[in-house]
Design a protein around this ligand. Structure first.
Ligand code: ADP
Length: 456
């Protein structure tokens, strides 16, 4: 087992990893930018090292600074968390070349799945259904026109190197195809340094359902059930739940088996998430995330498995030690992402918080690095806390979530707490019939009524 793990991240996920290390008796090394000198992950770690100025490009995204910190602190492994360098194949390879373990999948798998066109091709060839669309990158506008005409409008232009919903444009008709491609390509080029695009059928009311997989270095692959992440704004998740209220047992078995099939075909290791869109009884692979996900706690709550601990264990070469039949799920879990942003416009609103009082009580977990009078820096992601609630049934879970949201005090800055409270009251949420476009329609409609329900 590792003696010392360097955590190449910040915020709640750095704390989450630190806590797993402490539970395992492993020393932790925090890295931080100058803007995070008094951050919670720095205060709680066994050691901390400043790796650069506030801008992420000069600190949390700087492989050389992080590797130097690992070398001087004598860390034998690096956990990348999510975001930042977690899906950077070059960084993972550099870490391994320096004789340090990368707590995550192999660089080859990160690279393959990071190319969404290659990932779709891989899954199609492995016999997993994918969203109808272009077989590869779009070679020209004429080629795009031909494919769009064949699959039918509306279509979605997506970036091969995409992530976080960027470089994605809905195209309603042939007239707007060229301008959408131009915009999406420019956005992708500036965000990912790669403007390559592909095309998909735009599904009207799909659900986003993803499957958590876990694999060791010795070929064992299991799944830990699915998460429903259909509550989104700007193609980004804001609330996740497990299990999905949309799936029956047969569909659940099928979608989970497909995810395991993909991971086995890859020869995958560590944790990963195979993402699907589910529409009218059919599911389609969209992408695989080769890292720990923000929403991993809902799986932890229903499976009673510490995913970060498992990641660390399997990275050290330990066998998984249990099989699919040993995994039992119980009850229901919901996670609300609490962002420092305007709950209507979704514009980030960092600033200094005043009083801080997180909720507690039965079934409540808060993953956050906040404390009273903490100043949320403007340089990083606007997510400041995750409220995760578990209950024996979805109904009990919703009651507990209502209680926890009402108790949660974050003074001084606007947050998405009021939005979550209103979503919880919405009939479509209570019935579990919402879809990926539902929240934006709900917000546009003044958050009073219901948006068109999912068709599944
Ligand atoms: P990213 O990697 O940028 O997050 P994804 O491919 O994972 O992009 O898609 C993000 C979200 O965008 C999905 O959860 C879904 O809400 C929406 N989306 C993606 N593909 C489609 C599609 N073909 N039709 C409708 N919505 C889609």
């Amino acid at each position: 087992m590792f003696q010392k793990v360097l955590i190449a991240n910040r915020g709640e996920i750095a704390l989450r990893i630190l806590r797993a290390c402490r539970d395992m008796g492993i020393h932790s090394v925090a890295v931080h930018s100058t803007a995070d000198a008094s951050a919670m992950h720095v205060r709680l770690a066994d050691e901390s090292i400043c790796i650069g100025p506030a801008a992420a490009a000069d600190s949390y995204l700087n492989p050389v600074a992080i590797l130097s910190a690992a070398t001087v602190s004598n860390a034998d492994a690096i956990h990348p968390g999510y975001g930042f360098l977690s899906e950077n194949a070059k960084f993972a390879a550099m870490v391994e070349e320096h004789g340090i373990a990368f707590i995550g999948p192999s660089p080859e798998h990160i690279r393959l799945m990071g190319d969404k066109v290659a990932a779709k091709r891989f899954c199609r060839e492995a016999g997993i259904p994918v969203v109808p669309g272009s077989d590869g990158p779009i070679a020209s506008e004429a080629a795009a026109r031909a494919i769009a005409a064949e699959i039918g409008y509306p279509v979605l232009v997506k970036a091969s190197a995409g992530g976080g919903g960027r470089g994605m444009k809905v195209v309603e008709d042939a007239d707007s195809l060229a301008s959408a491609m131009e915009l999406a390509s420019a956005e992708a080029a500036s965000a990912f340094g790669n403007g390559e695009l592909y095309l998909e059928k735009y599904l009207a009311r799909p659900r986003h359902i993803e499957v958590q997989v876990l694999a060791d270095l010795h070929g064992a692959v299991i799944h830990l059930g699915e998460r429903d992440c259909s509550m989104q704004r700007r193609h980004q998740k804001i609330l996740e739940e497990a299990p999905s209220p949309a799936l029956g047992e047969d569909e659940r078995k099928l979608i989970c088996a497909s995810a395991v099939q993909a991971a086995k075909a890859l020869g995958y290791r560590s944790v990963g998430t195979v993402e699907f869109l589910y529409s009218e009884g059919e599911f389609y692979f969209i992408e695989m995330n080769t890292r720990l996900q923000v929403e991993h706690p809902v799986t932890e709550m229903v499976c009673e498995i510490d995913l970060v601990r498992e990641m660390i264990r399997v990275a050290s070469g330990a066998p998984l030690g249990y099989g699919q039949d040993d995994v039992r799920t119980s009850g229901h879990a919901i996670e609300c992402r609490i962002n420092a942003e305007d709950p209507v416009t979704f514009i980030p609103m960092p600033g200094r918080i005043g009083d801080y009082h997180p909720p507690g009580g039965p079934g409540v977990r808060v993953d956050s690095a906040l404390y009273s009078s903490y100043a949320v820096p403007p340089y990083y992601d606007s997510m400041i806390a995750k409220l995760i609630v578990h209950g024996p049934t979805r109904e009990v879970c919703m009651m507990r979530l209502r209680r926890a949201l009402a108790e949660y005090v974050i003074d001084g800055i606007p947050t998405t707490i009021p939005l979550h409270t209103r979503v919880l009251e919405a009939e479509d949420f209570r019935l579990g019939t919402y879809h990926v476009h539902w929240l934006e329609q709900f917000v546009r409609a003044g958050q009073s009524g219901t948006a068109p329900a999912a068709t599944d």
